[in-house]
Design a protein around this ligand. Sequence first.
Ligand SMILES: Cc1cc2nc3c(=O)[nH]c(=O)nc-3n(C[C@H](O)[C@H](O)[C@H](O)COP(=O)(O)O)c2cc1C
Length: 234
Amino acid sequence: MTTSITTHDMQSLIMSAFEFRHATKVFDESKRIPETQFETILETARLSPSSFGMEPWKLLVVQSPQKRELLREFSWGANGAFNGSKGQLGTASHFVIFLAATDVLMRHHSDHLQNHMKEVKQFPKDVIEFMNHAYQKFQEHDFGIEGRRQMTDWSAKQAYIALGNMMTSAALLGIDSCPIEGFELRKATDVLSSAFGINTEQYVPCVMAAFGYRLDTPKFDKTRRTLTQTVSWF
Ligand SMILES: Cc1cc2nc3c(=O)[nH]c(=O)nc-3n(C[C@H](O)[C@H](O)[C@H](O)COP(=O)(O)O)c2cc1C
């Protein structure tokens, strides 16, 4: 098969997705993302890669204004405190909380992983056995992932891949977004447990993201290190 990708195609990818995307602080409240488009964005999260294919994440789409308000007090990166607006929490068309699976689910040989390999991956018994050993070696020896925080952070690293895919696909659809880590982890975990019915022994929040349509053009030009400063070739 011959490739027919042109310079124009490559420039258009950069311009329409990566130059277009910026961390949107305030969205146009009057505009809603059509459901089919948001489902497509969610699908890009679902289809994202994960280590050993274990999908150590869950997504909460928070559309209830009352539920969003429960996050406001401790979400300084999304409550508009820095610009005197209602923030991403008050203006986004769609607001997502990414949950990272804890050690309870992700530790090697856990019931959850056995079930995932059987039901989702549909692995036969001998493959599950092989995977259990490989996964244990990976956790204990290769990467040395120990304890609750490290294992949860490892899940979170993978959830961020889904986040990246969602933001890029949103941009390609002309939809704005903002990744959000500006919140107090402990308080967010407590609220998810008390008001959202999340079992926070199993899942804890790691990052949030808002989606919608920008109200204003970005205040600042995009600034980045150069490619030479960023990349070394060997
Ligand atoms: C993991 C992560 C967390 C972030 N948290 C916040 C946040 O809480 N609130 C916010 O307004 N922007 C947040 N940002 C946006 C960054 O500040 C922004 O991406 C960066 O300044 C570069 O600007 P640009 O995305 O517009 O190119 C976050 C970005 C990332 C990747």
